[in-house]
Design a protein around this ligand. Structure first.
Ligand code: S5P
Length: 476
């Protein structure tokens, strides 16, 4: 087997399925090793060899009744195994069909059937978990995954935590040993990759709906688990003011916003603005708003949703009419441009001594939003892996188990509803149960006929009760 694996490793290297050098990951970070198993389809003999080798890892083939490859790279491998072993295959769609049955799985199966997963490379395990989640929702039994290469960055552990046993043909360190012995790579490369692997462990992952540590922990405990001082301050402030309410002050006159901030201020954690909708904006507004924030102990978030290249966003953040970096504790940023945008924003904070934080907009609240699938997954990865300037992300569901990251959820009203312009509202309890730490409420408070104070207190109470219930239930 060793000689066979060694030969296989060399073949993979020779067709450039395994590359060493400097590469950018999907989220824009640098990695010294890159696997591109997609090229295997151009080498049918090798592809069959890999499929057969993968199948030798299966403990009890007679017990396997379905095979499912994780899209897309593993699909041809799963197909070959299915044909060779005469075991029917299932395919997970990347998106549910938008018409007809809306199903997520193609292929025929019965509830309770045993389905194994085939995957090319495992890093954090998130792709496998997504597939497992979909299969389990259809009542299939899924307990095993077979993988070509394990990058040894924590994915195996993540899957084991979710009761999925993983077997891989290669682990990256062994693969490198074979290639070193064959003279394909140098000891320096091996050292580089080893160091990279140690420094870049994949974060632990929660599957949607599965309780995780984050949901069990109080805000004050989580304040000690953040890397960003502002996130820590915010969590402490939420606990001491007993509020997880972020007020969206989407009014168009300075005085109206200041009046709202003065009334709601003692009961909110964050006041969120869109300064570019203010018709009579001047610097005095910022001065007075900062004073209210200090007096009532809330943070200021400018919901600018920066979404351009690094150079442009750093200019927009620091310069122009609003000089956002000078006064906004927090800002929102679209991850569309990749991790470099966060680095650029960080660089533009020269001479700003107060702590600053970013919420990445991972998932939006509006109907038909494009923040789905890989975009969403990579946005979360970016928040988890990027610089410590990121304090959390904007989302609609429980997307990360990291207790140090805050999840901010807009689209909140006392009653589930829509606004006729695409906005979709969920009620306070359901968004907190779905994993939100901070809830954004705008028109639920500003459009009320009963006065700002009454509405603010009502949302504050509903949201805080839901949070207390969440940590208490999760702890039982
Ligand atoms: O997906 C999102 C992201 C944000 S930040 N959906 C949102 O609604 N928002 C913001 O939250 C939006 O820009 C607005 O300021 C606030 C929601 O306001 P409401 O009046 O609909 O509660």
């Amino acid at each position: 087997m060793v000689a066979f694996l060694k030969e296989l490793a060399i073949e993979l290297y020779d067709i450039q399925a395994v590359k060493f050098g400097e590469f950018k990951t999907k989220v824009g970070l640098t990695t010294p090793v890159y696997f591109d198993l997609r090229v295997v389809i151009s080498h049918p003999k090798l592809m069959l060899k890999l499929a057969k080798a993968l199948w030798t890892l299966v403990d009890n083939p007679a017990k396997v009744s379905r095979i499912c490859g994780v899209p897309y790279t593993a699909l041809p491998l799963a197909t070959l195994i299915s044909v060779e072993e005469k075991i029917p295959m299932l395919m997970k769609r990347k998106e549910a069909k938008s018409y007809g049955t809306k199903k997520l799985i193609e292929g025929i199966f019965l509830p309770g059937e045993n389905c194994v997963i085939i995957e090319d490379v495992i890093t954090s395990g998130s792709s496998i978990l997504e597939t497992v989640d979909v299969l389990k929702k259809e009542n299939l039994s899924v307990t095993e995954a077979y993988v070509l290469i394990d990058r040894e960055q924590g994915g195996k552990k993540n899957l084991e935590n979710h009761e999925i046993k993983v077997k891989s043909l290669f682990v990256i360190t062994q693969l490198m040993k074979y290639l070193l012995e064959a003279g394909k790579i140098t000891p320096e490369i091996v050292k580089d990759v080893d160091n990279y692997l140690i420094a870049n462990r994949a974060p632990s992952i929660s599957v949607q709906g599965v309780p995780d540590d984050r949901l069990k922990l109080s805000y004050s405990k989580r304040a000690k688990l953040t890397t960003n001082p502002l996130a820590s301050k915010l969590l402490e402030l939420m606990e001491s003011k007993q509020t997880n309410l972020c007020l969206a002050a989407d009014l168009t006159k300075m005085d109206a916003i200041l009046e709202l901030a003065n009334i709601a201020g003692p009961h909110i954690a964050v006041l969120k603005t869109h300064v570019d909708i203010i018709e009579d904006f001047n610097e005095n507004f910022i001065f007075r708003l900062k004073e209210l924030a200090r007096q009532h102990r809330f943070l200021l978030m400018e919901d600018r949703k920066f979404g351009d290249i690094g150079n442009t966003v750093s200019l927009q953040y620091r310069h122009g009419f609003y000089k956002i970096a000078e006064w906004a504790d927090l800002i929102t940023v679209h991850p569309i441009s990749g991790a470099s945008v966060v680095d650029a924003l960080k660089k533009s904070l020269d001479n700003i001594t107060e702590p600053r934080g970013i919420f990445l907009v991972a998932e939006m609240s509006c109907k038909g939003t494009l923040t789905t699938g890989d975009y969403l997954k990579n946005a979360v990865l970016m928040a988890e892996e990027a610089s410590d300037l990121v304090v959390g992300f904007v989302c609609q569901s429980n997307l990360s188990a990291q207790p140090g990251l805050l999840q901010l959820t807009p689209g909140v009203k006392l009653v589930k509803s829509v606004d006729g312009l695409g906005q979709q509202y969920n009620d306070p309890q359901s968004i907190i149960n779905a994993g939100a730490d901070l809830a954004v409420v705008g028109r639920g408070i500003t459009d009320t006929g009963n006065g700002y104070l009454k509405a603010t207190l009502e949302y504050k109470k509903e949201l805080w009760n839901a949070y207390e219930e969440r940590i208490n239930t999760s702890n039982t």
